[in-house]
Write a protein that binds this ligand. Structure first.
Ligand code: LLP
Length: 467
């Protein structure tokens, strides 16, 4: 069984495992991941995009799970079992995916500032693609392949379509004034070319680059000019936690136009276009996540229309969902410690409910002003719901897990409290603030509990301290 239910006493049961048993076996705080939920969302995204793009006659679809959302050996295996590949953003993520046994050919490596060690690790693993993010990286990667020998490195060029989408400024990545990707705007290649006295640092445009070229075009030409590199395609990621699907279609059209321009210019029509991730999920009850079938049909229709207008055959399509695969499959289980009524103003009393974790296991509330839902899950209460704030144990007033939530007035020490939708960007963004060990991640499935990442201990932290 998968999913979340309540037993007869009103206690929460996740994938057949009662929360009291979880708390007894693994302690709190703990991240709990529903394996069947992860697998079914992975399969749903793959099936939706395969079907929608088959319908419009595209040569194929690859779904890469964006491991930055949450990666462990088991999760890499689950998604790979479900037919997904794995997108990594660092040498660390690459190492986890490789330990899971995911073949190099099914891996991609991202990053706007990859080290030579990371690039070399990717080449050693024979990754299916390296997504380059700057002109100077094109040169560095080509130089690395030259000194190492071996086959040309498979490369995609990440471009910035100007589409600004997503939940928060920090997680929107395709507008112009930010660090990711290469601009599609005409003349932006010249900015790079204009830094002639800094070419060691910024890279040298290839000889066929023109002043009116975009930075994206210049980088594509540079890849084509390098015998050490093999140009696979063009990559675009427009942001994260996107709930308005229109941005994907706009970005897809812009990328297809660049692909056609490159073909007109060089005769090379690249095979593949990656449209990135960013599919939004429901954090609160009543919120509606993006529906993979609908979004896949929308995007496929836009890609097909753009290809037809441009008179180019359809490319192979890839996407990189992260949050949409693991986000709502996870919850964080806490134990309530203290409860304190605070008179906020003449009319309002707010119950401050302190749990045994906090901003070290959920930084998203403080960082993005993100909203969450919390419930008392160890029992059913008939007490009236009152205005509450779930806070942590850290030495900082911004240590807020759930800013506003109604909790039963009789919430008390020892209660188990769950915060929903914490499967993505929680454990991976956790810190050791105040020397707090990071919580474990446990998987639940059919009444079984399995530890994916064990709980950190103070001894782990002390072991790092060299005196
Ligand atoms: N592909 C690329 C190139 C990305 O940069 C990202 C996310 C993804 C795929 C996956 O996006 P997703 O489907 O998960 O939205 N820490 C932030 C999210 C940052 C996302 C960065 N890039 C958060 O907690 O919301």
């Amino acid at each position: 069984s998968s999913g979340v239910t309540r037993d007869q006493a009103g206690a929460l049961v996740v994938a057949g495992v009662p929360v009291a048993r979880l708390a007894a076996e693994v302690g709190t705080p703990a991240y709990v991941l529903d394996e069947a939920d992860v697998r079914s969302r992975a399969a749903a995204y793959r099936h939706a995009f395969e079907a929608a793009f088959a319908e419009v006659g595209a040569p194929g679809v690859d779904v890469y799970y964006a491991g930055k959302a949450f990666l462990s050996v088991a999760v890499a295996r689950w998604v790979h079992d479900e037919g997904l590949r794995v997108d990594t953003a660092t040498g660390g993520e690459l190492a986890v995916a490789l330990r899971a046994g995911v073949p190099g050919a099914d891996l991609g490596l991202h990053g706007n500032n990859k080290s030579d060690d990371e690039l070399a690790a990717a080449l050693d693993a024979g990754v299916g693609r390296i997504i380059v993010d700057s002109l100077v990286e094109v040169e560095r990667l080509a130089a690395l392949v030259r000194t190492r020998g071996g086959a040309p490195a498979p490369v995609m060029v990440r471009v910035t379509t100007g589409v600004h989408a997503g939940g928060h400024e920090y997680i929107s990545t395709a507008h112009e004034d930010q660090k990711f990707g290469l601009s599609l705007a005409p003349g932006t290649g010249v900015v790079a070319a204009g830094w002639t006295s800094h070419r060691d640092a910024t890279g040298t445009p290839p000889t066929d680059a023109r002043t009116e070229d975009s930075a994206a075009m210049v980088a594509l030409l540079a890849v084509l000019a390098a015998p050490e590199l093999r140009l696979l395609g063009i990559h675009s990621h427009i942001g994260s936690q996107i709930l308005d699907p229109s941005g994907f279609a706009v970005a897809a059209r812009a990328v297809l136009r660049l692909r056609a321009d490159l073909a007109a210019r060089t005769g090379v029509l690249v095979d593949e276009v990656d449209l990135g991730g960013g599919y939004g999920i429901a954090y609160l009850p009543g919120e509606v996540p993006l529906d993979p079938d609908r979004i896949a049909k929308d995007v496929a229709a836009s890609v097909a229309a753009a290809a037809a207008e441009l008179g180019t055959p359809l490319p192979r399509i890839s996407i990189e969902p992260g949050r949409a695969i693991v986000g709502t499959a996870g919850l964080t289980l806490y134990t309530v410690g203290t409860v304190k009524p605070v008179q906020v103003d003449d009319e309002t009393v707010r119950l401050y409910v302190s749990v045994d974790g906090g901003m070290s296991d959920n930084i998203r509330t403080a960082l993005y002003d993100a909203s969450y839902h919390a419930e008392v899950v160890g029992r059913l209460s008939s007490a009236e719901p009152v205005l509450a704030r779930v806070v942590g144990k850290h030495c900082e007033s911004g240590d807020i897990v759930v800013r506003d939530v109604l909790l039963p007035a009789d919430v008390r020490a020892g209660d188990l409290l769950a915060v929903a939708a914490t499967g993505a960007y929680h454990r991976v963004m956790a810190s050791n603030y105040n020397q707090v060990p990071r919580p474990p991640v446990v998987a639940v499935r059919d009444g079984e509990v399995r530890t994916l990442l064990r709980r950190e201990t103070v001894a782990d932290l002390l072991a790092l301290d060299q005196g």
